[in-house]
Design a protein around this ligand. Structure first.
Ligand SMILES: *[C@@H]1O[C@H](CO)[C@@H](O)[C@H](O)[C@H]1NC(C)=O
Ligand SMILES: *[C@@H]1O[C@H](CO)[C@@H](O)[C@H](O)[C@H]1NC(C)=O
Ligand SMILES: *[C@@H]1O[C@H](CO)[C@@H](O)[C@H](O)[C@H]1NC(C)=O
Ligand SMILES: *[C@@H]1O[C@H](CO)[C@@H](O)[C@H](O)[C@H]1NC(C)=O
Length: 480
């Protein structure tokens, strides 16, 4: 039955073949820790994910680490062959901060790290593939974590120094920068719940401290670029924010408000200060965290306030909004009593579930994606949006990845609907991911690649899946 419906859906899609707008670009994405390997060679420093996976293998689903991963540090020429074959307009990847600055500080640059990224960037450009570079995709230098990592406000200064080095070294060729990837995910899950490096358990406190430092760090890097590099380098700089779509569980006022609240408190947490007219965290977030903090007998709010100067400094600091999106959830109102540990979840006051009857599957909900793009358009005055991640994870080694093929077609269709029918200003779509890779605390158990990677082979043999062909065809024909 399920396959049958899937086939029907595909038939309907194929029946309405449509052109992709000329100025719309496609790319794929990776992150340094997840693919590079070479964790301790050529002068690279230790990252928090190196430390975490080595000292807590039991907290990684398959007890693995990123020591070799896809070995992109050595196999990068093949990765570029893959990108050429896919025909992507651009490739999104991250720089490893500790590969460039081994102890995190700008005082000592590792020449081998610089050489690696120079070679990679030059070869991409030689093949007409634009580099879209993320400065921070979670692999903080361990030495900086020893000082508190993102809960330490001074991290914003160290990040700015690192960004300066990156702009100086690569900005003559890199014209699109993403400062920080998915602060919601790493602040909440690793500084809140401790699920992953740096493994700090401080829900409802550490996550909010992290969140504020990220906002300041991002804004400092943005202003630095405007001040010292924009004129000569002429690039654009943004941030990648992640969120699920929250669909109200029922039509009750409470559930409709709860779904809106989740979007505000997961996405608006960063998007409001940067992209809204007023700046600052969403009102509902300040009210709820302040109120619960008071009832919990904290003397100050667990949400560190942004001062008037900080709000001014953060507001408007992005040339584009990078959107990472995967899933849709039904969200309803849920009141948590004031007891035990605080948490961001309790502050949000929501419950959520997925509908097992969603077609083609609860994991593939393209209409939620379209609604999200529209919500962003309404909320933030139709900003320039790049989809910087979207993809499909499974636990299969199969090369005939039909579900991923379905997901790609339906989600790109949803982007086209949002652009052409709804007027959303979305200009890029980035597939996560080029290769199966090290999926953080899930190790190698969950796969997102258009290319399968054989993690038992010495050269980490890459083999295209059916989805690689699908993506390639869409790009080549520029048509769905
Ligand atoms: C690098 O790490 C590997 C484990 O991934 C280890 O076998 C090797 O000895 C380390 N090399 C150095 C130079 O520390
Ligand atoms: C809410 O109302 C709309 C419009 O009347 C309807 O289409 C939708 O199915 C309702 N949703 C739920 C969860 O009842
Ligand atoms: C806060 O303090 C009041 C007064 O001492 C006390 O009754 C209440 O139980 C405390 N609340 C919590 C969550 O500890
Ligand atoms: C990787 O190794 C396999 C066999 O071990 C070989 O067939 C393949 O050609 C190698 N790939 C590259 C790119 O060297």
């Amino acid at each position: 039955m399920y396959r049958f419906i899937l086939a029907l859906v595909l038939l309907v899609c194929e029946g309405t073949s449509r052109k992709i707008p000329k100025d719309f670009k496609f790319g794929t994405s990776t992150a340094a820790f997840q693919v590079e390997g070479a964790w301790n060679v050529s002068g690279k420093g230790e990252s928090i994910w190196d430390r975490f996976t080595h000292s807590h293998p039991e907290l990684v689903r398959d007890h693995s680490n990123g020591d070799v991963a896809c070995d992109t540090y050595h196999e990068w020429r093949e990765d570029i062959e893959i990108l050429k074959d896919l025909g992507v307009d651009f490739h999104r990847f991250s720089l490893s901060w500790p590969r460039i600055l081994p102890d995190g500080f700008a005082r000592r640059i590792n020449p081998d790290g610089v050489r690696f990224y120079n070679d990679f960037i030059n070869k991409l450009l030689k093949n007409n593939i634009e580099p879209l570079v993320t400065l921070y995709h979670w692999d903080l230098p361990q030495r900086l974590q020893d000082l508190g990592g993102w809960t330490n406000p001074d991290m914003a200064v160290y990040f700015e120094e690192y960004a300066k080095i990156a702009f100086e070294l690569f900005g003559d060729r890199v014209k699109r920068w993403i400062t920080i990837n998915e602060p919601h995910s790493f602040c909440e899950f690793t500084y809140g719940y401790g699920h992953g490096a740096p493994h700090i358990f401080s829900p409802g406190i550490g996550d909010y401290l992290c969140g504020k430092t990220v906002l300041i760090a991002h804004a400092r890097a943005y202003h630095l670029y405007q001040r010292e590099f924009k004129k000569s380098q002429g690039g654009k700089i943004g941030i990648s924010l992640d969120t699920n779509w929250a669909e109200p569980m029922t039509n009750s006022t409470e559930d409709i408000k709860a779904a809106e609240r989740q979007l505000e408190m997961e996405f608006g947490w960063w998007a409001n200060p940067i992209f809204s007219n007023t700046g600052d965290y969403p009102e509902v977030m300040k009210q709820r965290v302040d109120e619960r903090s008071r009832l919990e007998n904290f003397t100050i709010s667990r949400l560190p306030a942004l001062t008037t100067d900080e709000i001014k400094m953060i507001k408007g600091t992005a040339d584009f909004l990078g959107l990472n999106h995967y899933h849709t959830w039904l969200v309803g109102d849920h009141d948590f009593p004031i007891d035990g540990e605080p948490s961001h979840e309790k502050d949000m006051g929501i419950k959520s579930r997925q509908d097992p009857n969603w077609k083609p599957s609860p994991q593939i909900v393209p209409w939620g994606f379209r609604k999200l793009m529209n919500w962003i358009k309404e909320k933030y005055n139709n900003p320039l949006v790049y989809i910087t991640e979207n993809g499909y994870g499974d636990i299969s080694e199969a090369l005939e990845d039909h579900d991923r093929v379905t997901q790609i077609k339906l989600f790109i269709q949803a982007v086209m609907d949002a652009v052409e029918k709804d007027g959303c200003n979305v200009k890029r779509y980035t597939y996560w991911s080029t290769l199966d890779n090290m999926e953080w605390s899930l190790g190698y158990t969950v796969k997102f690649g258009l290319y399968h990677v054989d993690f038992t082979s010495p050269n980490r043999t890459r083999t295209p899946k059916l989805s690689a062909k699908t993506f390639k065809d869409i790009i080549r024909k520029r048509q769905l």
